[in-house]
Ligand binder design. Structure first.
Ligand code: HEM
Length: 148
């Protein structure tokens, strides 16, 4: 099994990156929908439309891609367990855990918006829109540059 994973390692890393791109696209688009949702008329057609888009984006793209990026990461760590003690990975892990925590927070928000609630404020979601992007930058530079 490990020999097979080592021989296909670049493909697994490519699949990890493909899942990361889909996940980050969803994580950066969802708060934008929350901003538009806040701007829409309460109980109106647009509100129902945004709630549906948020749910479909979350269930159809964000959830499958976060599962896949962790699965491919786990396969790489199983193939090459020495990574677990490398400085860049020890610094990257809390960053990707923070992204997973925000994913969980967004799951709650999608449910609330789906129930017709309006959690937080438009300004909050505008700011929140930047946080996953900054965490993604940190994860990318830690994994590619391996500064320590
Ligand atoms: C969503 C956040 C994530 C981003 C943006 C990200 C980004 C990257 C990038 C850009 C690479 C390629 C590095 C290179 O080829 O030099 C990579 C590889 C890797 N990532 Fe991630 N990753 C994320 C999540 C994770 C998670 C959750 C884990 C583990 C729990 C993980 C573990 C790894 C491992 C083991 C490699 C292979 C490193 C190597 O062999 O050089 N990543 N990641």
């Amino acid at each position: 099994m490990r020999d097979f994973l080592l021989s296909t390692y670049p493909w697994i890393k490519g699949l990890h990156l493909a899942a990361v791109i889909a996940f980050m696209a969803g994580m950066m688009y969802l708060p934008r929908l929350f901003v538009y949702h806040h701007q829409s008329e309460k109980g109106g057609e647009a509100e129902r439309f945004f709630a549906q888009m948020e749910r479909r984006l979350f269930q159809g793209i964000i959830n499958p891609s976060i599962v896949l990026l962790w699965v491919f990461a786990g396969l790489m760590l199983y193939a090459n367990p020495s990574i677990l003690s490398q400085g860049w990975f020890l610094a990257k892990f809390p960053v990707v855990l923070a992204l997973a925590a925000i994913h969980g927070y967004y799951a709650g928000a999608v449910k609330k918006f789906g129930r017709g609630e309006r959690p937080k404020s438009e300004r909050f979601w505008r700011i929140m829109n930047e946080v996953p992007f900054l965490l993604m930058l940190a994860a990318i530079f830690l994994a590619v540059v391996e500064p320590f």
